[in-house]
Design a binder for this molecule. Sequence first.
Ligand SMILES: NC(=O)c1ccc[n+]([C@@H]2O[C@H](COP(=O)([O-])OP(=O)(O)OC[C@H]3O[C@@H](n4cnc5c(N)ncnc54)[C@H](O)[C@@H]3O)[C@@H](O)[C@H]2O)c1
Length: 249
Amino acid sequence: MTDEAVPVVLVTGAAGGIGAAVVRRFATGGWRVVATDLTAPVGPDIEHAIDADLTSVAECRRLVAEAVAAAGRLDCLVNSAGVWTEGPVELTEEEAYDLCLDVNLKGLFFTTAAAIPHLITTSGCIVNLSSDAGLHGNTGAAVYCASKGAVSNLTRALALELAPRRVRVNAVCPADVDTPMLAGQARNFGGDDPGAYLADLLALYPQGDAARFVQPAEVAELIWYLAQRHAAPITGANLSIDFGLTAGS
Ligand SMILES: NC(=O)c1ccc[n+]([C@@H]2O[C@H](COP(=O)([O-])OP(=O)(O)OC[C@H]3O[C@@H](n4cnc5c(N)ncnc54)[C@H](O)[C@@H]3O)[C@@H](O)[C@H]2O)c1
């Protein structure tokens, strides 16, 4: 394989728990990795790092242009940048609403839009981070659910739009993953007992006493699978990785 034929992945939210695991998985698999976050991520697995605030459409476009200029090609985009918010709808401030929708949906949308021409060239693919919250409602997290529900259905629509041009689009839908986001949820919304907040989340799982949080590497492995050529028949899918949380009750 010539160096030019080595595929390239662009990972957003790459300083976060899932993003960092995705960077590791693709680098281990022999891909070249371009990584981005609010502050440019660092690490031995990263060939090129870019700082970008994806709430800005101009930044989304600059990010993709810089990534392709640096790496020369783009084979997979993993949209992992995201923020959590929760609280009753009637108490939700415009600022919290805008941040959640701007990062989770608008940033993902315009990063994707900028990447499409490059992914068409390589017959590449997109993997979006949706959530169990994209497939069912989470009590007390209406704004986050709205953002992830939009990501899940955007994934379906875009898969149909890009299928004739040989670009696949899928989403993974994890339940609670053991990352800084989850720790931040417990810290910011768990009142004076973050441990009880986390225990309440685990109590929702069908495993009972054996319930545990999903690990970032487990999500990264699923994303890695979706990026491979042998996943060719899979597009427009929202794949749950949630211990059955969304399977029913
Ligand atoms: N952790 C979970 O329980 C969980 C569950 C389901 C889905 N998800 C989704 O998976 C994705 C990754 O989550 P995570 O758990 O790794 O979270 P994380 O907080 O560890 O990482 C998210 C990253 O996104 C970055 N980010 C935030 N705002 C940004 C902006 N404006 N521009 C660029 N980057 C920005 C953050 O700096 C952070 O590094 C998110 O989309 C999240 O909604 C997480």
